[in-house]
Design a protein around this ligand. Structure first.
Ligand code: SAH
Ligand code: SF4
Length: 441
């Protein structure tokens, strides 16, 4: 979602004369778009700011001004603290206010006699109603944010506090954006939300749509692939199962976080479902779409987690055989209920569990990648190549696929013979010159 937000910041800054610049030495403005989900991510912000400050000073020595901004959820949670601790930062603004960037920039450069900007309000208006159409470059695989914020309050999570309460964009706005992305060359649309399957946007007649219905409508557009992320087990619904059953365009890979396989831990996490509920969802999806595979998020070392609880998580990993997974050591976040819980798991135990978990996840991932050897798979070449002659794309199961080919193929879907399944990716060769589709359709 931060990638999506960053692109939208490009959109709103473009009319002011700014454009993306990879080189911090020549930049007129640097925006650090931050994540507050774990302590490690937050710590990085201050070390990164110290580094970026040097560019600002170098510009100043040349008589130029460089604006330095902190955006995103760290800005939202720690706005005043950042302003205090890093007085050289010109703008601090949360994820719901970046549509106000033109005004903030004007203030920061002193246009209205003011200077620094600290903007961590949750405005009454919605940013999506004020953002201009896409100006940033549209890739072969594009994100489309449809839902933001969260009202679920899992006890470990900062999202409800930093992104605010749950909000769904209107169906019309979403479909218009999807059309523009497709016109701009997107072959795959990845529909985003903090809890994307809690989507409940309204159409023009005031009827409420769920995610399943929305996916059916997006599939009517000339898009090749559709994905959605991140979903919550509690928000699975009938029309979403139907979408998995009926829509070939909806990819057979779903990121469905479990967090823990232990009912006791799930309860203290306030996830409001059991391990068995989750298994039933997996089973139903497999029944509707037999080739479907899964990804997940897992936390180890949540307060109170015993070895037995951890084993339940390992059992879940073996049950689902996730083909890729994000796994984390529990990180206490200030202001969340879990931060005050007893039964802290020692750091050493957390690290040891994480290693065991990641080894097991890695085994399943490698086994699945190996199973793909010898298959002919459609691959969307969706990443521009750093190395001439080497292309990177994605399989329907979201595996990275490395192939040789001309960079002109960027944005095309080609058939690839999978030669090797490595622990983290696939390597293959293009079967024929036949291209299933090109960037232009
Ligand atoms: N809405 C999604 C997750 C969004 S946060 C869901 O409910 O599943 C992304 C991931 O970060 C979470 O799935 C969780 O695994 C991880 N995470 C969030 N807070 C964390 C914390 N305090 N410590 C460790 N991992 C955390
Ligand atoms: Fe955080 Fe997801 Fe729980 Fe919401 S549902 S509080 S975003 S982990």
């Amino acid at each position: 979602m931060n990638v999506y937000d960053s692109n939208r910041m490009v959109d709103i800054l473009k009319p002011l004369g700014y454009s993306p610049n990879e080189d911090p030495e020549t930049a007129d403005m640097i925006i650090l778009n931050t994540c507050h989900i774990r302590e490690k991510a937050t710590d990085k912000v201050f070390s990164e700011l110290g580094r970026l400050k040097q560019y600002k000073e170098a510009q100043k020595a040349k008589g130029k001004t460089m604006l330095l901004a902190v955006a995103g959820c760290v800005a939202q949670a720690e706005g005043e603290f950042i302003a205090e601790r890093a007085p050289y930062v010109d703008m601090v603004f949360g994820p719901q206010t970046y549509h106000e960037l033109p005004e903030m920039v004007a203030n920061a450069i002193g246009a209205f006699g003011k200077n620094r900007v600290v903007n961590t309000d949750f405005p009454n208006e919605n940013k999506f109603d004020y953002l201009p159409n896409e100006q940033a470059e549209i890739g072969a695989s594009a994100f489309l944010s449809i839902q933001e914020g969260c009202d679920k309050f899992c006890t470990f999570c900062v999202v409800p506090y930093t992104r605010g309460s749950e909000y769904s964009r209107s169906v019309e706005q979403i479909l218009d954006e999807a059309k523009r992305l497709i016109d701009g060359g997107a072959k795959e649309i990845n529909v985003l939300g903090q809890n994307v399957n809690a989507f409940h946007g309204e159409d023009k007649l005031g009827n409420e749509w769920d995610l399943g219905k929305l996916l059916f409508a997006i599939a009517e557009l000339p898009v090749e692939r559709i994905r959605y992320t991140t979903s919550h087990p509690r928000d699975m619904h009938d029309s979403l199962y139907a979408a998995h059953r009926d829509l070939d365009k909806l990819m057979p890979w779903l990121h469905l976080p479990i967090q823990s396989g232990s009912d006791k831990i799930l309860k203290i996490m306030n996830r409001k479902h059991t391990a068995d509920d989750y298994k039933r969802i997996i089973d139903r999806l497999k029944k509707d779409r037999p080739d479907i595979e899964f990804g997940s998020d897992i936390i180890v070392g949540f307060p109170g987690e015993t070895e037995e609880d951890f084993q339940a998580t390992m059992d879940m990993v073996d049950y689902v055989k996730y083909t890729s997974c994000y796994s984390f050591k529990y990180s206490a976040r200030p202001g969340t209920p879990a931060a005050n819980m007893m039964g802290l798991v020692p750091e050493k135990v957390k690290s040891e569990r994480l290693t065991r978990l990641q080894t097991r996840i890695g085994e399943h991932q490698h086994a699945f990648n190996k199973k793909c050897e010898g298959l002919i798979m459609p691959v969307l070449i969706d990443r521009e190549s750093d190395t001439p002659g080497r292309l990177v794309g994605h399989s329907e199961f979201n595996q990275s696929v490395y192939i040789s080919g001309n960079e002109r193929l960027y944005g095309s879907t080609v058939y690839v013979n999978i030669l090797e399944g490595t622990p983290n990716a696939l390597r293959g060769e293009i079967v024929t010159d036949e291209i299933i589709t090109t960037k232009t359709g």
